[in-house]
Design a protein around this ligand. Structure first.
Ligand code: PBG
Length: 323
């Protein structure tokens, strides 16, 4: 009989005791803050479905990255909304596009910030798919060199890490080889390895103007029902040269985060995506949940599942709450 010998409540009695036996830590340096960048200057537009998130012009992204760094958030990931889109996503490699300009602005304003860029075509193609089309099919192999050119453009601007989110097969190897050939040996790759075809990306697509004009992404992003397949994706990305891997979304995929952590010894990131953020904000705004408490509980749970890093729109406020 364990009771009355074992009284687990003994170690829950005070804040100090609870802190001493806490198994999981949460700190601002665990967070990567997503930033949406638009062309121009002096632009700051709120994203209606993501309260607290703005789209800004590059120089204001620099200011925001500095403010985040001062709170302890060491890294940001950039998403660009270009002026021009075409069938093959030409503007994705524009050295004067919003992402490249924001990389430079952030490096000027906050040199120690680790700048990550999202590498994908959906924001840059007129049809909103993540690769080039043949009829209504996204073509894998012809997309690879466009993604690699985008990654090189970001590296030239000064990005520390490029993060392919397109889900084409072989893109990590293609990007690694091209970066190396162009002399960017030290630019790292954060692979969106296990990225699911999820309904939780809706608010992001409003912000990034990247909703596909027809169909959906199920022929390239993963089926939400699969976890063994996630491990295949992760192991191939590691083999192809990924320095960090990612699981996305986070909250409904914590088992995948755990499996990823056990399958690999490189850092694992989880993306607490826009729909997850919007649900918390909407419920908190209605007074149905305690926003700060629920947010910190979610972020702690993602860490407990095994994530080393969390991409989250809560980065700024959560860092303030963690004080
Ligand atoms: C681009 C990309 C998406 C997200 C990150 N990179 C959207 C998508 O795949 O449709 C979603 C992020 C979020 O919902 O917060 N491919």
């Amino acid at each position: 009989m364990s009771f009355p010998t074992h009284r687990y409540r003994r170690l829950r009695l005070t804040d100090s005791l609870r802190e001493m036996v806490r198994e999981t830590t949460l700190s601002p340096s665990d967070f990567i803050a997503p930033l949406f960048v638009v062309p121009g200057s002096g632009v700051r537009q709120a994203v209606p479905s993501m309260p607290g998130v703005d789209r800004t012009s590059p120089e204001l992204a620099g200011k925001d990255a500095k403010a985040l760094f001062d709170l302890g958030v060491k890294s940001v990931i950039l998403f660009g909304i270009p002026d021009a889109k075409d069938a093959v996503g030409t503007s994705s490699a524009d050295p004067n596009g919003p992402v490249c300009l924001a990389v430079k602005a952030i490096k000027a304003e906050s040199p120690k910030t680790v700048v990550i860029t999202d590498v994908c075509l959906c924001e840059y193609t007129s049809h909103g798919h993540c690769g080039v089309l043949k009829g209504e099919t996204v073509e894998n192999d012809p997309t690879l060199k466009i993604l690699a050119a985008e990654a090189v453009a970001h590296a030239k601007a000064g990005a520390d890490i490029v993060a392919p989110s397109d889900m084409m097969d072989g893109r990590v190897a293609a990007i690694r080889q091209t970066l190396d050939r162009e002399g960017f040996l030290n630019v790292a790759i954060l692979a969106y390895s296990a990225k699911y075809a999820s309904g939780f990306y809706g608010p992001f697509r409003d912000a990034a103007e990247s909703t596909p004009s027809f169909g959906d992404r199920r022929a390239y992003q993963m089926d939400p029902a699969n976890v063994r397949e996630a491990i295949k994706e992760i192991l191939s990305d590691v083999e192809e040269g990924a320095d960090l891997v990612m699981v996305k979304p986070a909250m409904t995929y914590l088992d995948v985060v755990r499996a990823a952590k056990e399958a690999t010894n490189i850092p694992v990131a989880a993306y607490n995506v826009s729909g997850e953020y919007a649900m918390v904000k909407a419920a908190a705004a209605n007074g149905w949940i305690d926003g700060p408490r629920v947010t910190l509980e979610i972020l702690t749970s993602i860490r407990r599942a095994g994530a080393d890093l969390i991409l989250t729109y809560h980065a700024k406020e959560a860092s303030e709450w963690l004080g």
